[in-house]
Design a protein around this ligand. Structure first.
Ligand SMILES: [Zn+2]
Length: 98
């Protein structure tokens, strides 16, 4: 039963995030935030575009929220997602010898 609840939670989170992303793109990015987002719909020769600031902003908000709730952060989340991503994800420590 617990597995079904977990599957439901994951599916609910995925569907909710997709709906929220659609809403934000349609009504915020193509609305009041168009001045930044329009660079994403225009051809440019630059590697970066103004739209990239959204990713940096969302990452900053996510990191802040994780930091703000760091005392309640589950050891499983920390040990299985954050530490491996810092070390193995960037291949600083766990990179296999070739
Ligand atoms: Zn768009």
């Amino acid at each position: 039963m617990s597995a079904l609840i977990n599957i439901f939670i994951v599916l609910f989170a995925i569907i909710s995030m997709e709906c929220l992303s659609w809403f934000i793109h349609k009504y915020l990015f193509h609305g009041p935030l168009w001045f930044m987002h329009k660079s994403h719909h225009q051809k440019t020769k630059s590697f970066f575009e103004w739209n990239d600031l959204f990713a940096a902003l969302f990452a900053a908000v996510s990191l802040f929220l994780m930091y703000a709730d760091r005392d309640n952060l589950s050891y499983r989340f920390r040990d299985y997602f954050i530490w491996p991503d810092l070390f193995c994800g960037t291949r600083l420590v766990c990179a296999p010898e070739i």
